[in-house]
Design a protein around this ligand. Structure first.
Ligand code: NIG
Ligand code: FE
Length: 409
């Protein structure tokens, strides 16, 4: 143990470090020493010398509450205008997501509502959505653009996402998803992709507006060739890659993303074993989005057994968006990942902590409780870690600690 006075010392009956390979890495009667927003020491209280007041300036005893890494929502589209409850009704009446999109609804309906919304409105609504997540112990959120499509609105969305980082307590990772849908003013997808690669991506890279680039690679989205053009440009500009892949059909998007060392491939209901092997080799995270699976009443499930067999890390996210996943709760996604996809409660928590961190390229600083990592910690009123996946509509989070500082819940 280093000979320094910590800013704070947290004590708790149970600390779920999430650093072990196959279990919670639980420390009973544990302690965490925090210095300068980072974890300086973590271990059992029996290893600490008494009195604690000599070890740290502030001592917080959480008693019987559990501590875990703060949760990470690694796939959201949470800045958008309007809503699409009308499409929900249409789907209930038998229309499919693809039919609605091809008839001019879907993503382009939200593009219209987003383009016409003011910055203030977009910021305010997005802040409320973030706050919902924060109350459940979420300390880091990825936000995609993709509901502007034109240069102005896409850059506006990414700037709003960056400013949310300054105004909220949550760490924000931004992803440019210009290749989400063909905007109505563009005659052909090839021309639109050329425009993205020539005009928008260089601007985004120069202004550091996005950390990653994503493409909706699908028969109602963009082809493999168009997707590859975006990936090539993104790599040349030093941007990380993510991909909406194999959501509605298997077109080999995951293999393509793996070829470009994507951080993650997301959705994956139609992922083949060849796709699983490819992402296993490239170290790409499989992001599961049970909210979209549920809302679209999908029956095809992601190939969980194959992902386990090939040891692909599985993350879980809300996919918060107005079309396929109007979901405001990450904890609910843990439950759905267990019920629909057969994940264990441990796999579900790993999916919103260490594997979600890896899906954002943050595995060195976030996602587990280990010395050197940022002290982002969630405090839970539970008696068994499985409770985090078990409840539906209850919120056992009593506090979020961000970089060592308490955030009121
Ligand atoms: O992740 N699949 C593409 N994009 C979103 C849905 C967007 C929308 O319908 O507005 C998704 O499911
Ligand atoms: Fe999505």
């Amino acid at each position: 143990m280093e000979n320094q006075v910590w800013d704070s010392l947290l004590l708790s009956r149970s600390i779920l470090t999430m650093e072990a390979k196959h279990d919670y890495g639980e420390i009973n009667n544990g302690a965490i020493g925090i210095k300068d927003g980072h974890i300086a020491w973590i271990g059992s209280q029996t290893e600490l010398s008494q009195p604690y007041s000599q070890l740290a300036n502030t001592i917080i005893d959480y008693g019987h509450h559990f501590l875990s890494p703060a949760l990470i929502d690694c796939h959201t589209h949470l800045i958008y205008g309007g809503q699409r409850a009308n499409e929900f009704a249409l789907r209930l009446a038998g229309k499919t997501y693809a039919e609605i999109a091809l008839a001019g609804g879907g993503i382009n309906a939200t593009v219209h509502a987003t383009r016409t919304a003011s910055d203030d409105d977009l910021f305010r609504i997005a802040s409320q959505r973030l706050l919902n997540l924060q109350r459940e112990g979420v300390g880091c959120v990825e936000i995609k653009s993709g509901y502007g499509l034109d240069t102005d609105t896409e850059l506006r969305l990414l700037r709003i996402a960056r400013s949310l980082q300054d105004h909220s307590q949550i760490k924000i990772i931004t992803t440019y998803l210009g290749a989400h849908a063909l905007p109505p003013e563009y005659p052909s997808a090839d021309e639109y992709i050329d425009f993205i690669c020539r005009e928008i991506l260089p601007k985004i890279a120069t202004e550091h507006l996005a950390d990653a680039v994503d493409v909706f690679c699908e028969h109602i989205g963009f082809t493999l060739m168009q997707t590859e053009q975006v990936f090539k440009t993104a790599r040349r500009l030093g941007l990380a890659i993510k991909c909406h892949a194999e959501q509605l059909s298997d077109i080999g998007a995951s293999q393509l993303a793996a070829k470009y060392q994507a951080l993650s491939v997301d959705h994956l209901e139609f992922l083949s074993e060849a796709g699983v092997k490819a992402i296993a080799q490239s170290g790409t995270v499989a992001v599961l989005l049970p909210g979209a699976f549920y809302m679209l009443q999908e029956t095809q499930k992601p190939p969980i057994a194959l992902l386990r067999k090939h040891q692909v890390p599985m993350a879980i996210a809300t996919d918060m968006n107005p079309g396929t996943s109007p979901v405001g709760s990450l904890l609910l996604m843990l439950n759905m990942a267990c019920i629909f996809f057969g994940l264990t409660p441990y796999e579900a928590l790993a999916g919103v902590t260490k594997h979600a961190a890896k899906a954002l390229g943050l595995e060195k600083t976030h996602g587990t409780l280990q010395p050197g990592k940022v002290a982002d910690i969630a405090v839970w009123d539970i008696k068994d870690p499985a409770e985090l996946a078990y409840y539906i509509g209850f919120n056992p989070c009593i506090q979020l600690i961000k970089a060592g500082k308490k955030i009121c819940n």
